[in-house]
Ligand binder design. Structure first.
Ligand code: NOJ
Length: 547
């Protein structure tokens, strides 16, 4: 039974835009804000409620905008502050909220704070960042997520600064009160412009203690989030989602539990690491075991029910395309994309759709490393080549896991460059755009697009999707992902075949199937009754039952 206070974002579906790759209005090959405005009607038609906008702030683009040099300015590649204000206004007209990316673990090394900070050991900005003396080399063994040491030597003052990401992304020192105050003011500035919240980049790092090697979930993390909530967030009716790569369900409850006054939801990474060799990082691949996926997602569903709030996602700008990853991007692209969407969108939490997911965009396979643009990918390639790993072995991992899989331009139509730009795209378009594009999707009522549209509508119509309890069925079944949701005297049954081979489903006896109605399916002739099913390749069906 639901005991939580209801919030506007409980029923919302979020759509993530990676502006560089969404739609280019001015023909310079880079997506921009006017390009987004032109596509708002498309998004409104899909039915989404919120846009999460990846960073549009001024940035030297070492990490495509996640390295900010001015929090108060829009990057000129994307437009102007007036464009941004127009976007907020035009979105509002269509009942779409905008949330912005908040990147406060680090800035760009070209941010004026860092430019001042590095000038001398004693200046008011020195402690805005993390500086240490070397010890016959870097101060510690800590390594950067983008390869190499996390410490960069700076000749000017003969000290090292800390950067968990690229050396052009020095970490801010959030223990410095003045830094936090600056950041709170900046957040209020944007909220006062009418945005509806933030997606917070690697927010679980902001309380860290470098000298004790406590990086994620540092001792001051929750204190700072509560302070941020009190000073800023509590004054607005907003939603917040924290990117928390290291969160377990216990930690997620601390972030999102009722009365904690920290964040509204967080992104778990646990289901995103099931296809990598444990402890070896993202590039060491292993096939997904469906039992792991069922256990992981079900654990989050159960643990956070009434004790927090889940975010639901398969994709974002850092992850490969889900249909290529856990689905089948060949013969059963449409069926498997719809199946994956169904399994996720019938769960409890706020769903996130990443641009292009709704038309079943796939991974890219560039043959040469020169076509890749992502700093993480390029650093990884260089590091592995230096270690003597053969080109083909590295490329295999990059083609499966590299972040550029998600960053190729949105495929709008069959025109040149998939209708993304009239110029030269900053990254190559996926050659499959003639078959996979939004225009074709909109013309075909059986497309993945309309399946997503229907899933979004169902969440708005049926409280059981939003608030119902979750129970995994057939726990040990290796091919079927099935669960029920229960709310008041209703039951929702989800049954999905994760593979290409047919498989049999028998409804467990304890589940009453009286008055079952098939409410969504990815085949046009699925069984209208769930008692016994022969599931075809990737078939996914949902039934609503009333007692
Ligand atoms: C997480 C972001 O999603 C990713 O794109 C970025 O590279 C890192 N944080 C650093 O900001």
């Amino acid at each position: 039974m639901m005991t939580m206070e209801q919030k506007w974002w409980h029923k919302s579906t979020v759509y993530q835009i990676y502006p560089r790759s969404f739609h280019d209005h001015n023909g310079d090959g880079i997506g921009d804000i006017q390009g987004i405005i032109e596509k708002l009607d498309y998004l409104a038609f899909l039915g989404i409620d919120v846009i999460w906008l990846s960073p549009v702030y001024e940035s030297p683009n070492d990490d495509n905008g996640y390295d900010i040099s001015d929090y108060y300015r829009i990057h000129e590649e994307f437009g102007t502050m007036e464009d941004m204000e127009q976007l907020i206004k035009e979105a509002k007209k269509r009942n779409i909220h905008i949330i912005m990316d908040l990147v406060i673990n680090h800035t760009s090394d070209e941010h004026p704070w860092f430019i001042e900070s590095r000038k001398s050991k004693n200046n008011p900005y020195r402690d805005f960042y993390i500086w240490r003396d070397g010890r016959d080399g870097p101060p510690s063994e800590l390594t950067s997520i983008f390869s190499g040491s996390a410490w960069e030597y700076d000749e000017e003052t003969d000290q090292y600064y800390f950067h968990l990401f690229s050396k052009k992304q020095p970490d801010l020192n959030l223990h410095h009160k003045e830094v936090r105050e600056h950041l709170y003011n900046m957040m209020s500035f944007w909220l006062d412009k009418g945005i509806s919240g933030f997606r917070m980049d690697v927010i679980d790092l902001i309380g860290k203690e470098i000298d004790q090697n406590i990086i994620p979930n540092g001792p001051k993390l929750h204190e700072y989030l509560q302070e941020m909530n009190e000073n800023v967030l509590s004054k607005y009716n907003v939603m917040t989602v924290g990117e928390t790569p290291s969160a377990t369900t216990e930690i997620a409850k601390q972030f999102t539990g009722p009365g904690r006054n920290e964040l509204d939801m967080v992104f778990t990474f646990q289901h995103m690491s099931l296809d990598e060799v444990q402890g070896k990082g993202k590039w060491e691949l292993k096939p997904l075991d469906l039992l792991d996926l069922k256990n992981t997602l079900s654990h989050w569903q159960t643990a956070l029910h009434d004790k927090g709030w889940n975010s639901l996602y398969w994709n974002n700008h850092d992850q490969p395309r889900i249909v290529s990853r856990f689905g089948n991007d060949g013969e059963y692209r449409v069926e498997s994309a719809k199946m994956l969407a169904t399994v996720l969108h019938m769960m409890q939490g706020t769903p996130y759709i990443y641009q292009g997911e709704e038309i079943g965009m796939t991974n890219i396979q560039f043959d040469t490393i020169n076509d890749y643009k992502d700093i993480e990918t390029l650093n990884y390639y260089r590091e592995k080549r230096d270690e003597g790993v053969p080109h083909d072995t590295i490329m295999q991992s990059i083609q499966v896991k590299g972040r550029d899989n998600a960053r190729t331009p949105f495929q709008w139509d069959t025109e040149q460059n998939a209708g993304f730009t009239e110029g030269k795209p900053w990254i190559e378009v996926n050659p499959n755009y003639k078959a996979i594009n939004a225009e074709a999707s909109l013309q075909n009522k059986q497309s993945i697009f309309y399946h997503y549209k229907k899933l979004i509508e169902l969440r708005k119509k049926l409280d059981i999707i939003v608030y119902g309890e979750y129970e995994l069925l057939l726990k040990e079944h290796k091919e079927i992902f099935s669960y029920v949701r229960r709310y008041q005297n209703e039951t929702l049954l989800v049954v999905a075949n994760f593979y290409e081979e047919e498989t049999e489903f028998r409804l467990p006896k304890e589940i009453s199937d009286s008055n079952a109605t098939l409410i969504i399916s990815n085949y046009d002739d699925s069984n209208t009754h769930p008692a016994s099913l022969t599931l075809r390749p990737y078939e996914a069906v949902v039934y609503a039952m009333k007692e």
